[in-house]
Write a protein that binds this ligand. Structure first.
Ligand code: ADP
Length: 440
């Protein structure tokens, strides 16, 4: 029944009572007595209906009282609504054991933890993989069931965007990956995977690259030494030989850069999971870096704007390499134009902006820029002594500092590389140099 329907019914009833009261008033020659009598009858009838309604509310399993037409409509609507919500909650409670049954039959290890991160359920696969007995562990904190600092920290921080890998020991190779997803009101479903083989492969690849790069360093130093010696003994008249030696020298320098970048990348990768918690004064770091780069690129103008007082919790060497790669790229790919470096506050946290008015990048290349050895134009990158690893290093540093790299670029107009840090990783710098510095 609609609100309007109920109102019409009750208004009609009131009108009828008034007419009846008026007629009885005409008969008794006192209209007021008639109206009062009719209103009393109406009130008594409403009171009686209300008391029956409340009695039914106290025992809702019984059928609703029949009542008069208006109240009957209301009661019917209440009855229908209540039956629907009962059906809903019954199907939800029927769905819960069903969901648990499906999780129980899965081959993947699954656990459920409550809001206090206590273990409330797990399947057989989880018991097997974690070597636990649910009956003994039920109600215990998950971080006690699977001891280890990193799981405890991960759960305390409650940032489950990235999965967590841990080595619960005693086998130093045994590696587990935890993926948390919230469900229900405050519970979390945790999937645990044995990623030992995957972890071993990744480590082998990274070790291999690291070892090869390391091994190449010594022969390369020897070759460079010979090139230098030959350059000094070969007469300037022997133009062809001098040109060949100059080219060998350039290539040896390229190889040296490549090895340095490969070694640095493998070092960053090997410590990616570790938390970096040193408080780095970014304004100071940028001031020093920009001053050094302007000495190395004296013909170029670098403008530094320090508008944020925030420091970042992280690793100084890693941040320095990421910032330096972005600024050097802006210098390399923008010829004569000046470039701007800004440290600003944004809605989500502080950000480094490196802007140039150089070559720009076609939109189709942007998603692949951070892949190792991906270059928009290989010959141009090599001309500018690029290794193709700079942005891969930036991406790794960003990931291990929970930061995000954004690239806005227009072909022929220039680019803006933004490295945005989360507010959770920042603190106010004790004393930071502010304002604008011009170099060059
Ligand atoms: P490289 O050592 O070749 O510079 P990077 O990984 O640093 O390697 O960059 C990948 C590619 O992205 C570069 O080869 C270049 O084509 C492009 N690139 C990077 N920064 C810029 C920029 N500021 N302007 C134009 N292109 C850029």
């Amino acid at each position: 029944m609609t609100g309007l329907g109920f109102f019409r019914l009750e208004a009609r009833r009131l009108l009828l009572s008034i007419i009846a009261g008026s007629i009885s008033g005409l008969i008794t020659a006192d209209i007021l007595i008639g109206v009062a009598a009719a209103s009393s009858i109406l009130l008594i009838s409403w009171g009686w209906q209300l008391s029956r309604m409340y009695r039914w509310f106290a025992n809702p399993d019984e059928l609703p009282p029949i009542g008069n037409a208006g109240v009957r409509g209301v009661l019917r609507d209440v009855y229908v609504l209540r039956s629907r919500s009962l059906q809903g909650s019954q199907s939800a409670s029927r769905a819960q054991p069903y969901a648990k049954e499906s999780l129980a039959s899965m081959r993947e290890a699954a656990l459920i933890v409550n809001v206090r991160l206590e273990l409330v359920w797990c399947n057989d696969a989880a018991e097997y993989l974690l070597g636990i007995q649910f009956s003994e562990e039920e109600g215990r904190l998950l971080s006690e069931v699977i001891p280890g600092k990193s799981l405890k920290k991960y759960m305390r921080q409650a940032n489950f965007q990235k999965p967590l890998r841990i080595k619960p020991g005693p086998d130093p190779e045994f590696c587990l990956q935890f993926e948390f997803s919230r469900f229900g009101v405050h519970d979390s479903l945790v999937f645990v995977k044995d990623v030992t083989a995957q972890d071993k492969l990744e480590r082998m690849r990274s070790d291999f690259v690291g070892n090869v790069s390391h091994e190449l360093r010594t022969p390369l130093t020897v070759i460079k030494g010979y090139i230098e010696t030959l350059q000094s003994v070969v007469s300037e008249k022997e133009m062809t030989l001098q040109a060949s030696l100059a080219s060998m020298d350039t290539q040896a320098a390229r190889m040296e850069n490549l090895i340095a970048d490969l070694l640095w990348l493998s070092r960053i990768e090997s410590v990616e999971g570790e938390r970096k918690e040193d408080l780095i004064n970014i304004s100071e770091l940028l001031s020093t870096l920009v001053a050094e780069l302007s000495l190395a690129w004296p013909e170029r103008k670098l403008e530094l704007k320090l508008d944020s007082p925030q420091s970042v919790l992280g690793d100084e060497a890693e941040l320095l390499s990421a910032f330096s790669n972005l600024i050097v790229n802006a210098l390399k790919y923008s010829d004569k134009h000046s470039i701007t470096i800004k440290w600003i506050d944004t809605a989500v946290g502080p950000a480094l902006l490196v802007e140039d008015k150089g070559l720009g990048i076609d939109a189709k290349h942007i998603p692949r820029l951070t892949e190792r050895f991906y270059r928009v134009d290989k010959s141009r990158s090599q001309e500018r002594s690029g290794t193709g690893l700079g942005l891969a290093i930036v991406k790794h540093v960003a990931v291990s500092h929970d930061a995000k790299l954004f690239v806005d670029s227009q072909l022929g107009k220039g680019s803006c590389f933004r490295l945005v840090f989360p507010a959770s990783r920042t603190e106010l710098a004790p004393e930071s140099p502010g304002g604008i510095d011009d170099y060059g």
